[in-house]
Design a protein around this ligand. Structure first.
Ligand code: MCU
Length: 434
Protein backbone atom coordinates (compact mmCIF):
# COMPACT_ATOMS: atom_id res chain seq x y z
CA UNK A 1 0.00 0.00 0.00
CA UNK A 2 2.82 2.36 0.97
CA UNK A 3 4.67 1.60 -2.26
CA UNK A 4 1.50 2.27 -4.22
CA UNK A 5 0.90 5.52 -2.37
CA UNK A 6 4.46 6.65 -3.03
CA UNK A 7 4.13 5.71 -6.70
CA UNK A 8 0.85 7.62 -6.90
CA UNK A 9 2.45 10.64 -5.25
CA UNK A 10 5.37 10.50 -7.67
CA UNK A 11 2.92 10.32 -10.55
CA UNK A 12 0.96 13.25 -9.19
CA UNK A 13 4.14 15.29 -8.82
CA UNK A 14 5.26 14.36 -12.34
CA UNK A 15 1.81 15.26 -13.63
CA UNK A 16 1.90 18.58 -11.80
CA UNK A 17 5.29 19.45 -13.27
CA UNK A 18 4.04 18.58 -16.74
CA UNK A 19 0.90 20.65 -16.38
CA UNK A 20 2.81 23.69 -15.21
CA UNK A 21 5.26 23.31 -18.10
CA UNK A 22 2.46 22.80 -20.59
CA UNK A 23 0.63 25.87 -19.42
CA UNK A 24 3.65 27.85 -20.49
CA UNK A 25 4.19 29.49 -17.12
CA UNK A 26 6.27 32.61 -17.70
CA UNK A 27 9.96 31.86 -17.44
CA UNK A 28 13.03 33.99 -16.86
CA UNK A 29 15.65 34.12 -19.63
CA UNK A 30 17.49 31.14 -18.19
CA UNK A 31 14.34 29.02 -18.14
CA UNK A 32 13.77 29.30 -14.41
CA UNK A 33 10.04 29.18 -13.75
CA UNK A 34 8.83 32.58 -12.70
CA UNK A 35 6.00 31.51 -10.44
CA UNK A 36 6.37 28.74 -7.93
CA UNK A 37 3.73 26.11 -7.19
CA UNK A 38 4.36 26.74 -3.48
CA UNK A 39 3.99 29.77 -1.24
CA UNK A 40 7.65 29.60 -0.17
CA UNK A 41 10.10 27.45 -2.11
CA UNK A 42 13.01 28.13 0.26
CA UNK A 43 11.75 26.49 3.44
CA UNK A 44 14.69 24.06 3.42
CA UNK A 45 17.32 26.82 3.12
CA UNK A 46 19.73 27.58 5.97
CA UNK A 47 18.73 30.85 7.64
CA UNK A 48 21.37 31.44 10.30
CA UNK A 49 20.71 33.98 13.03
CA UNK A 50 21.76 37.37 11.64
CA UNK A 51 23.77 38.16 14.78
CA UNK A 52 24.78 41.76 15.37
CA UNK A 53 24.24 44.11 12.48
CA UNK A 54 26.23 47.25 11.78
CA UNK A 55 24.92 50.59 10.58
CA UNK A 56 25.05 51.24 6.84
CA UNK A 57 23.76 54.53 5.43
CA UNK A 58 23.59 52.93 1.95
CA UNK A 59 21.36 50.14 0.76
CA UNK A 60 22.50 46.71 1.94
CA UNK A 61 23.98 44.53 -0.80
CA UNK A 62 21.09 42.23 -1.80
CA UNK A 63 23.53 39.62 -3.11
CA UNK A 64 25.49 39.27 0.16
CA UNK A 65 24.71 36.33 2.40
CA UNK A 66 24.53 36.52 6.17
CA UNK A 67 27.93 34.79 6.37
CA UNK A 68 29.48 37.65 4.38
CA UNK A 69 29.95 35.78 1.09
CA UNK A 70 28.20 36.85 -2.12
CA UNK A 71 26.05 34.61 -4.25
CA UNK A 72 27.55 33.65 -7.61
CA UNK A 73 24.89 31.66 -9.49
CA UNK A 74 21.26 32.25 -10.38
CA UNK A 75 20.39 29.09 -8.53
CA UNK A 76 21.80 30.66 -5.34
CA UNK A 77 18.97 33.18 -5.38
CA UNK A 78 16.46 30.67 -3.98
CA UNK A 79 18.22 30.50 -0.63
CA UNK A 80 19.36 34.13 -0.75
CA UNK A 81 15.68 35.03 -0.97
CA UNK A 82 15.03 32.84 2.08
CA UNK A 83 17.67 34.78 4.06
CA UNK A 84 16.24 38.06 2.79
CA UNK A 85 12.79 36.95 3.85
CA UNK A 86 14.07 36.12 7.31
CA UNK A 87 15.50 39.62 7.71
CA UNK A 88 12.33 41.19 6.32
CA UNK A 89 10.23 39.35 8.89
CA UNK A 90 12.55 39.91 11.81
CA UNK A 91 13.23 43.62 11.38
CA UNK A 92 10.39 45.03 9.32
CA UNK A 93 7.12 43.20 8.86
CA UNK A 94 6.94 40.50 11.54
CA UNK A 95 6.55 36.80 10.88
CA UNK A 96 4.18 35.48 8.25
CA UNK A 97 3.33 31.98 9.51
CA UNK A 98 3.21 29.09 7.04
CA UNK A 99 -0.09 27.62 5.90
CA UNK A 100 -2.27 26.79 8.91
CA UNK A 101 -3.26 23.21 9.75
CA UNK A 102 -6.61 23.40 7.96
CA UNK A 103 -7.77 25.70 5.19
CA UNK A 104 -11.11 25.03 3.52
CA UNK A 105 -13.65 27.04 1.59
CA UNK A 106 -15.50 27.52 -1.65
CA UNK A 107 -15.07 29.30 -4.96
CA UNK A 108 -18.07 30.40 -7.02
CA UNK A 109 -18.63 32.86 -9.86
CA UNK A 110 -19.43 35.51 -7.28
CA UNK A 111 -17.54 34.75 -4.09
CA UNK A 112 -14.79 32.94 -2.24
CA UNK A 113 -15.14 31.80 1.35
CA UNK A 114 -12.17 30.91 3.52
CA UNK A 115 -12.23 28.90 6.76
CA UNK A 116 -9.05 28.41 8.74
CA UNK A 117 -8.32 26.21 11.76
CA UNK A 118 -5.01 26.07 13.61
CA UNK A 119 -4.13 24.78 17.08
CA UNK A 120 -7.78 24.72 18.08
CA UNK A 121 -8.52 28.26 16.94
CA UNK A 122 -10.74 29.08 13.97
CA UNK A 123 -11.47 32.08 11.76
CA UNK A 124 -13.36 32.80 8.55
CA UNK A 125 -13.53 35.54 5.96
CA UNK A 126 -14.75 35.95 2.42
CA UNK A 127 -14.10 37.92 -0.76
CA UNK A 128 -16.28 38.72 -3.75
CA UNK A 129 -15.52 37.64 -7.32
CA UNK A 130 -16.27 39.37 -10.62
CA UNK A 131 -15.39 37.31 -13.67
CA UNK A 132 -13.62 38.92 -16.62
CA UNK A 133 -15.74 40.53 -19.29
CA UNK A 134 -14.85 37.81 -21.82
CA UNK A 135 -13.10 34.49 -22.28
CA UNK A 136 -13.87 31.05 -20.92
CA UNK A 137 -12.68 29.73 -17.58
CA UNK A 138 -10.71 28.82 -15.66
CA UNK A 139 -9.63 32.45 -15.41
CA UNK A 140 -6.62 34.16 -13.96
CA UNK A 141 -7.52 36.56 -11.16
CA UNK A 142 -6.24 39.72 -9.55
CA UNK A 143 -6.85 40.13 -5.84
CA UNK A 144 -7.71 43.77 -5.21
CA UNK A 145 -7.03 44.87 -1.65
CA UNK A 146 -9.49 47.50 -0.43
CA UNK A 147 -12.14 49.15 -2.52
CA UNK A 148 -10.36 52.01 -4.32
CA UNK A 149 -7.59 53.02 -6.65
CA UNK A 150 -7.30 49.88 -8.77
CA UNK A 151 -8.58 49.96 -12.35
CA UNK A 152 -10.87 46.93 -12.07
CA UNK A 153 -12.52 47.64 -15.44
CA UNK A 154 -9.17 47.32 -17.22
CA UNK A 155 -8.27 44.20 -15.23
CA UNK A 156 -11.53 42.53 -16.26
CA UNK A 157 -11.37 43.60 -19.89
CA UNK A 158 -7.79 42.33 -20.08
CA UNK A 159 -9.11 38.87 -19.18
CA UNK A 160 -8.60 38.48 -15.43
CA UNK A 161 -11.25 38.09 -12.74
CA UNK A 162 -11.27 40.58 -9.88
CA UNK A 163 -11.29 39.21 -6.34
CA UNK A 164 -12.33 42.06 -4.03
CA UNK A 165 -10.75 41.43 -0.67
CA UNK A 166 -11.28 43.50 2.45
CA UNK A 167 -7.98 43.30 4.34
CA UNK A 168 -9.55 44.84 7.44
CA UNK A 169 -11.47 41.61 8.11
CA UNK A 170 -8.11 39.84 8.49
CA UNK A 171 -6.16 42.63 10.20
CA UNK A 172 -8.20 45.50 11.58
CA UNK A 173 -6.96 49.09 11.74
CA UNK A 174 -7.39 51.33 14.76
CA UNK A 175 -6.21 48.86 17.39
CA UNK A 176 -3.23 49.27 19.68
CA UNK A 177 -0.25 47.04 18.91
CA UNK A 178 -0.87 44.90 21.99
CA UNK A 179 -4.46 44.11 21.04
CA UNK A 180 -4.51 43.47 17.31
CA UNK A 181 -7.76 42.11 15.84
CA UNK A 182 -9.07 40.31 12.76
CA UNK A 183 -8.98 36.75 11.41
CA UNK A 184 -5.15 36.56 11.45
CA UNK A 185 -4.96 37.61 15.10
CA UNK A 186 -7.85 35.30 16.06
CA UNK A 187 -5.54 32.49 14.96
CA UNK A 188 -2.12 33.78 16.06
CA UNK A 189 -3.12 35.91 19.04
CA UNK A 190 -3.92 39.60 19.56
CA UNK A 191 -0.42 40.19 20.91
CA UNK A 192 1.28 38.79 17.80
CA UNK A 193 4.14 41.10 16.82
CA UNK A 194 3.34 40.68 13.11
CA UNK A 195 1.99 43.83 11.50
CA UNK A 196 -1.19 44.27 9.50
CA UNK A 197 0.60 44.05 6.15
CA UNK A 198 1.71 40.49 6.91
CA UNK A 199 -1.76 39.67 8.23
CA UNK A 200 -3.32 40.97 5.01
CA UNK A 201 -0.77 39.01 2.96
CA UNK A 202 -1.57 35.84 4.92
CA UNK A 203 -5.24 36.32 4.06
CA UNK A 204 -4.46 36.48 0.33
CA UNK A 205 -2.35 33.32 0.63
CA UNK A 206 -5.31 31.53 2.21
CA UNK A 207 -7.54 32.69 -0.68
CA UNK A 208 -5.02 31.13 -3.07
CA UNK A 209 -5.06 27.91 -0.97
CA UNK A 210 -8.83 27.74 -1.43
CA UNK A 211 -8.55 28.39 -5.19
CA UNK A 212 -5.95 25.59 -5.40
CA UNK A 213 -8.23 23.18 -3.56
CA UNK A 214 -11.33 24.16 -5.55
CA UNK A 215 -10.65 21.95 -8.54
CA UNK A 216 -9.73 24.84 -10.79
CA UNK A 217 -12.93 25.11 -12.85
CA UNK A 218 -13.54 28.80 -12.24
CA UNK A 219 -10.22 30.37 -11.27
CA UNK A 220 -6.62 29.32 -11.94
CA UNK A 221 -4.41 29.04 -8.88
CA UNK A 222 -1.22 29.51 -10.89
CA UNK A 223 -2.21 32.87 -12.37
CA UNK A 224 -2.90 35.21 -9.48
CA UNK A 225 -2.07 38.89 -9.34
CA UNK A 226 -2.40 41.35 -6.47
CA UNK A 227 -2.94 45.09 -6.37
CA UNK A 228 -4.19 47.91 -4.16
CA UNK A 229 -3.64 51.63 -3.61
CA UNK A 230 -2.14 53.59 -0.74
CA UNK A 231 -2.28 51.57 2.51
CA UNK A 232 -3.52 48.73 0.34
CA UNK A 233 -0.61 49.37 -1.98
CA UNK A 234 1.65 48.68 1.02
CA UNK A 235 -0.39 45.49 1.49
CA UNK A 236 -0.19 44.45 -2.18
CA UNK A 237 3.60 44.94 -2.13
CA UNK A 238 4.12 42.76 0.94
CA UNK A 239 1.60 40.18 -0.29
CA UNK A 240 3.49 39.68 -3.55
CA UNK A 241 6.85 39.57 -1.78
CA UNK A 242 5.77 36.79 0.59
CA UNK A 243 3.88 34.37 -1.67
CA UNK A 244 5.76 32.93 -4.63
CA UNK A 245 2.55 31.63 -6.17
CA UNK A 246 1.65 35.21 -7.04
CA UNK A 247 2.60 35.85 -10.66
CA UNK A 248 2.05 39.61 -10.75
CA UNK A 249 2.38 42.23 -7.98
CA UNK A 250 1.12 45.77 -8.61
CA UNK A 251 1.35 48.22 -5.69
CA UNK A 252 -0.07 51.69 -6.33
CA UNK A 253 1.04 54.88 -4.49
CA UNK A 254 2.09 52.81 -1.48
CA UNK A 255 4.13 55.44 0.37
CA UNK A 256 6.08 54.97 3.64
CA UNK A 257 5.93 51.35 4.85
CA UNK A 258 5.30 50.35 1.23
CA UNK A 259 7.87 50.39 -1.58
CA UNK A 260 9.95 53.52 -0.72
CA UNK A 261 13.39 52.80 0.74
CA UNK A 262 13.32 53.46 4.49
CA UNK A 263 16.76 55.05 4.29
CA UNK A 264 15.51 57.63 1.78
CA UNK A 265 12.50 58.86 3.69
CA UNK A 266 14.19 61.11 6.29
CA UNK A 267 15.86 63.03 3.45
CA UNK A 268 12.87 63.19 1.11
CA UNK A 269 11.11 66.48 1.66
CA UNK A 270 7.49 66.07 2.80
CA UNK A 271 7.58 62.25 2.80
CA UNK A 272 5.57 60.54 5.55
CA UNK A 273 8.11 60.06 8.34
CA UNK A 274 8.87 56.49 9.41
CA UNK A 275 7.65 57.23 12.94
CA UNK A 276 4.35 58.44 11.47
CA UNK A 277 3.89 55.36 9.28
CA UNK A 278 4.84 53.12 12.21
CA UNK A 279 2.49 54.92 14.58
CA UNK A 280 -0.49 55.65 12.34
CA UNK A 281 -1.53 51.99 12.16
CA UNK A 282 0.23 48.75 13.12
CA UNK A 283 1.05 48.16 9.44
CA UNK A 284 4.69 47.21 10.06
CA UNK A 285 5.77 44.68 12.64
CA UNK A 286 6.41 45.75 16.22
CA UNK A 287 10.18 45.24 15.80
CA UNK A 288 10.36 48.13 13.34
CA UNK A 289 9.72 50.49 16.25
CA UNK A 290 13.44 50.40 17.12
CA UNK A 291 14.41 51.72 13.67
CA UNK A 292 12.05 54.61 12.90
CA UNK A 293 14.74 57.12 13.92
CA UNK A 294 17.73 55.28 12.47
CA UNK A 295 16.87 53.23 9.38
CA UNK A 296 20.60 52.96 8.58
CA UNK A 297 20.74 50.38 11.37
CA UNK A 298 18.36 48.06 9.52
CA UNK A 299 20.19 45.15 7.86
CA UNK A 300 17.62 45.31 5.05
CA UNK A 301 15.66 47.84 3.03
CA UNK A 302 12.70 47.73 0.67
CA UNK A 303 14.79 47.16 -2.47
CA UNK A 304 15.15 43.70 -0.95
CA UNK A 305 11.40 43.38 -0.56
CA UNK A 306 11.30 44.19 -4.28
CA UNK A 307 13.94 41.50 -4.80
CA UNK A 308 11.80 38.96 -2.92
CA UNK A 309 9.29 39.32 -5.77
CA UNK A 310 11.97 38.54 -8.38
CA UNK A 311 11.84 37.03 -10.94
CA UNK A 312 8.03 37.29 -10.86
CA UNK A 313 6.09 40.11 -12.50
CA UNK A 314 6.16 43.45 -10.69
CA UNK A 315 4.66 46.81 -11.72
CA UNK A 316 5.19 49.59 -9.18
CA UNK A 317 3.00 52.65 -9.72
CA UNK A 318 3.61 55.97 -7.96
CA UNK A 319 2.23 59.49 -7.75
CA UNK A 320 4.98 62.16 -7.81
CA UNK A 321 2.61 65.06 -7.09
CA UNK A 322 2.08 64.37 -3.38
CA UNK A 323 5.27 64.62 -1.34
CA UNK A 324 3.80 62.46 1.48
CA UNK A 325 3.89 59.45 -0.89
CA UNK A 326 7.71 59.35 -1.05
CA UNK A 327 7.85 58.57 -4.77
CA UNK A 328 11.55 59.45 -5.01
CA UNK A 329 12.48 56.84 -2.39
CA UNK A 330 10.19 54.38 -4.12
CA UNK A 331 11.97 54.88 -7.45
CA UNK A 332 15.26 54.02 -5.71
CA UNK A 333 13.75 50.78 -4.35
CA UNK A 334 12.62 49.87 -7.86
CA UNK A 335 15.98 50.72 -9.45
CA UNK A 336 17.98 48.81 -6.82
CA UNK A 337 15.57 45.86 -6.81
CA UNK A 338 15.74 45.77 -10.61
CA UNK A 339 19.46 44.96 -10.26
CA UNK A 340 18.45 41.63 -8.74
CA UNK A 341 15.97 41.01 -11.57
CA UNK A 342 18.73 41.82 -14.05
CA UNK A 343 21.21 39.50 -12.39
CA UNK A 344 18.61 36.72 -12.58
CA UNK A 345 18.11 37.34 -16.30
CA UNK A 346 14.61 38.68 -15.63
CA UNK A 347 15.17 42.42 -16.07
CA UNK A 348 12.07 42.62 -18.25
CA UNK A 349 9.80 41.39 -15.47
CA UNK A 350 9.92 44.60 -13.42
CA UNK A 351 8.32 47.91 -14.37
CA UNK A 352 8.07 51.25 -12.60
CA UNK A 353 5.79 54.15 -13.57
CA UNK A 354 5.43 57.51 -11.82
CA UNK A 355 5.10 59.75 -14.89
CA UNK A 356 1.41 60.65 -14.43
CA UNK A 357 -0.58 63.89 -14.83
CA UNK A 358 -3.38 63.76 -12.29
CA UNK A 359 -2.19 64.66 -8.79
CA UNK A 360 -5.17 63.10 -7.00
CA UNK A 361 -4.26 60.24 -4.68
CA UNK A 362 -5.49 56.87 -6.03
CA UNK A 363 -7.06 58.52 -9.09
CA UNK A 364 -8.12 56.48 -12.10
CA UNK A 365 -5.25 57.08 -14.53
CA UNK A 366 -5.19 56.61 -18.28
CA UNK A 367 -1.35 56.34 -18.27
CA UNK A 368 -1.45 53.02 -16.45
CA UNK A 369 -4.04 51.30 -18.65
CA UNK A 370 -1.62 49.95 -21.23
CA UNK A 371 1.07 48.80 -18.79
CA UNK A 372 -1.62 47.16 -16.64
CA UNK A 373 -3.02 45.36 -19.66
CA UNK A 374 0.42 44.28 -20.85
CA UNK A 375 1.44 42.97 -17.46
CA UNK A 376 -1.78 40.96 -17.14
CA UNK A 377 -1.23 39.52 -20.61
CA UNK A 378 2.37 38.62 -19.93
CA UNK A 379 2.17 37.23 -16.42
CA UNK A 380 -1.41 36.04 -15.97
CA UNK A 381 -2.48 35.00 -19.48
CA UNK A 382 1.01 34.02 -20.63
CA UNK A 383 0.45 35.75 -23.96
CA UNK A 384 2.45 38.72 -25.17
CA UNK A 385 6.00 39.43 -24.14
CA UNK A 386 6.17 43.13 -23.35
CA UNK A 387 9.45 44.39 -21.98
CA UNK A 388 9.83 46.04 -18.59
CA UNK A 389 9.32 49.80 -18.59
CA UNK A 390 10.80 52.47 -16.29
CA UNK A 391 8.92 55.77 -16.60
CA UNK A 392 10.21 57.79 -13.68
CA UNK A 393 8.77 61.29 -13.31
CA UNK A 394 11.47 63.97 -13.28
CA UNK A 395 9.64 65.42 -10.25
CA UNK A 396 10.72 62.51 -8.10
CA UNK A 397 13.61 60.72 -9.74
CA UNK A 398 15.92 58.93 -7.33
CA UNK A 399 19.56 58.30 -8.11
CA UNK A 400 20.64 54.72 -7.43
CA UNK A 401 24.37 55.47 -7.49
CA UNK A 402 23.96 57.68 -4.40
CA UNK A 403 22.49 54.76 -2.56
CA UNK A 404 24.69 51.79 -3.29
CA UNK A 405 28.28 50.80 -2.81
CA UNK A 406 27.92 47.36 -4.39
CA UNK A 407 27.93 46.29 -8.01
CA UNK A 408 25.63 43.81 -9.66
CA UNK A 409 27.32 40.45 -10.13
CA UNK A 410 27.13 38.30 -13.25
CA UNK A 411 25.43 35.23 -11.91
CA UNK A 412 26.33 31.88 -13.47
CA UNK A 413 23.57 29.87 -15.11
CA UNK A 414 24.38 26.50 -13.63
CA UNK A 415 24.48 25.63 -9.98
CA UNK A 416 27.58 26.75 -8.12
CA UNK A 417 30.10 24.28 -6.95
CA UNK A 418 28.96 23.20 -3.52
CA UNK A 419 30.76 25.01 -0.71
CA UNK A 420 33.99 23.19 0.01
CA UNK A 421 34.08 21.62 3.41
CA UNK A 422 37.14 22.83 5.33
CA UNK A 423 39.97 20.26 5.12
CA UNK A 424 39.96 18.08 8.16
CA UNK A 425 43.23 18.42 10.01
CA UNK A 426 44.94 15.05 10.13
CA UNK A 427 45.05 13.65 13.62
CA UNK A 428 48.30 14.72 15.16
CA UNK A 429 50.31 12.15 16.94
CA UNK A 430 50.58 13.22 20.53
CA UNK A 431 54.09 14.41 21.33
CA UNK A 432 56.00 11.64 22.87
CA UNK A 433 57.50 12.58 26.12
CA UNK A 434 61.14 11.72 26.11
C1 MCU B 1 -0.15 56.13 1.40
O1 MCU B 1 -0.92 55.41 2.32
C2 MCU B 1 -1.55 56.03 3.43
C3 MCU B 1 -0.62 56.91 4.22
O2 MCU B 1 0.49 56.15 4.65
C4 MCU B 1 -1.35 57.49 5.41
O3 MCU B 1 -0.54 58.41 6.11
C5 MCU B 1 -2.63 58.16 5.02
O4 MCU B 1 -3.37 58.42 6.20
O5 MCU B 1 -3.40 57.31 4.24
C6 MCU B 1 -2.83 56.81 3.06
C7 MCU B 1 -3.93 55.97 2.50
O6 MCU B 1 -4.04 54.80 2.77
O7 MCU B 1 -4.86 56.66 1.81
C8 MCU B 1 -5.98 56.01 1.34
Amino acid sequence: VVVLAVAALALTLAATTLTVAEMGVARAADGLAVVSPVEDDGVDCPTPNPGTTSANPRLPDPFRRLDGSRISAKSDWRCQRAQTKQLAQRYVYGEKPAKPQTVSGTVSNTSITVNVAHNGRTASFSASVQLPSGGSGPHPAVVVLGGFGADTATIRSAGAAVISYDPLAVGREGTPRNNKQGAFYSIYGSSSSSGLLVAWAWGVSRIIDVIEQSGGNILRADATGVTGCSRYGKGAFVTGAFDQRIALTMPIESGSAGSPIFRGIPGESGAQPLSSAYGEQPWLGDAFGSYTGNPANLPIDTHQTVAMVAPRGLLIMDNPHIDWLAARSSSVAALAGAEVYRALGAGDNISYWSDVQDGTHCASRSEWRVPLQQNIQKFLLNTGSSTGVFRISSRKAGNLSEWRDWQTPTLADGPTTPPTTPPTTPPTTPPTTP
